[in-house]
Design a protein around this ligand. Structure first.
Ligand SMILES: *Cc1c(COP(=O)(O)O)cnc(C)c1O
Length: 391
């Protein structure tokens, strides 16, 4: 047992991060100041999109994305079940209904052929959109999903909370950065401390659609605008209008300052995550009971999570805990949560997702994980399977 348990994920805060936050604390603006726009602009250029809207967390980002896309009562949206509940809840917040679509057994992303069969077995117009999730950091091939979406008149929200910095390759051989807005209508990122970029709480929505951008900005701040071009009339310099029923979903300047500083190290973090993934791939390769993540050459996996599959997941989870390794499970399928069961979802509805859940375990994966810590994790997994490491 180690003095200090190894978590599955952890933020990396440097002296530069601390200095950036302190500087903002001493500035004129703690919120609604210049750091927000700076963070948005830098993030937009990092993922290669036109517009980025900073929000106080990704759940709020998903909510205003769904609202901006017009989700309301009577609308049905198709969502992947292997995700954090917020990916589906955003539809419910707007009064819409959620249909879950089973996952691909290799990538654990929404299965495009299952999606197509759901769409084809319902009258056209049944569904308004889809929420897909770049699970664990594996980026969706959005060309394929855009084609299906266009065929059936759907919008796409991409929940990329696991995948800032990831890319995939289109049929022309071009690299497509996650969140570049060429394919999805809105892409949502999270800055929770276990994610790639940490601001405490925080999130970002990207789009290249000016109408959506305008709506996202309105919904983030009470539905209020001061933009002279948008006002119905103008009483003077003080005047603003509340044009929609919006929320207070703003990020603070303190958090944006931390985000800017963190963003400057994002690529280094991704590179380190690749290294850790390769070391796990190698270290676990000779254990027949352990299935390591599916790998492909034409994508950059952002490796928010490194998920293995094992026959007896609970026993391995408990063993690793007892040895000071806080492996985690991502995720219990959302359709089997008591709240969604009330809509009629039940065991057996989505067999691939449910089978995935029985076997999955996320190993420690974060840039400051040391080789020594990782070797310890690998060694303990070998020990569990009664198989000395390196043989
Ligand atoms: C973390 C996460 C969220 C929610 O992010 P918050 O910033 O905590 O609201 C949503 N979707 C997925 C897939 C996530 O991993």
């Amino acid at each position: 047992m180690r003095d200090k348990p190894i978590p599955y994920g952890r933020q990396h805060i440097t002296d530069e991060d601390v200095a950036a936050v302190v500087e903002t604390l001493r500035s004129d603006y703690l919120t609604q100041g210049p750091k927000i726009k700076e963070f948005e602009d830098k993030f937009a250029s990092y993922v290669g999109t036109k517009y980025a809207v900073a929000v106080n967390n990704a759940t709020a980002g998903l909510h205003i994305a769904a609202k901006a896309l017009g989700v309301g009562p009577g609308q049905r949206v198709i969502v992947t079940p292997i995700t954090f509940a917020a990916s589906a809840n955003c539809i419910k917040y707007c009064g819409g209904d959620v249909e879950f679509c089973d996952i691909d057994p290799d990538t654990f992303l929404m299965d495009s052929s299952r999606l197509r069969s759901i769409l084809e077995s319902n009258p056209k117009g049944t569904f308004a959109g889809i929420v897909i999730v770049d699970f664990a950091g594996y980026p969706h091939n959005l060309e394929e999903f855009r084609q299906i979406a266009d065929e059936f008149g759907l919008w796409i929200i991409e929940d990329a909370c696991h995948a800032p910095g990831a890319w995939w390759t289109d049929s022309q051989g071009r690299k497509q950065l996650t969140g570049n807005s060429l394919w999805a209508d809105c892409t949502v990122f999270s800055f929770h401390p276990v994610k790639h970029i940490a601001t405490g709480e925080g999130g970002m929505v990207t789009t290249d659609n000016p109408d959506l951008y305008q709506k996202l900005e309105l919904y983030r701040t009470h539905g209020i605008t001061r933009d002279p071009n948008l006002l119905t009339h103008n009483d003077g310099g003080w005047y603003y209008e509340m044009q929609e029923l919006g929320f207070n979903y703003r990020l603070t300047d303190i958090q944006a300052a931390l985000g800017i500083s963190q963003l400057s190290r994002a690529d280094a973090g991704i590179a380190r995550r690749q290294e850790i993934a390769r070391r796990y791939d190698r270290g676990l390769a000779n254990l027949p009971m352990v299935k390591t993540p599916f790998r492909a050459d034409d994508i950059l996996h952002a490796f928010h999570l490194y998920v293995i599959q094992v026959p007896d997941r609970k026993a391995l989870y408990d063993f690793l805990r007892s040895e000071g390794i806080l492996a985690q499970v991502h995720y219990a399928p959302v359709h089997l949560m008591p709240y969604y069961r009330r809509d009629g979802w039940k065991d057996g509805d989505l067999p691939v997702a449910e089978n995935y859940y029985r076997h999955c375990l996320s190993l420690p994966m974060f840039p400051t994980l040391t080789d020594e810590e990782q070797d310890y994790v690998i060694e303990k997994i070998h020990e569990f399977f009664n198989h000395p490491a390196g043989t």
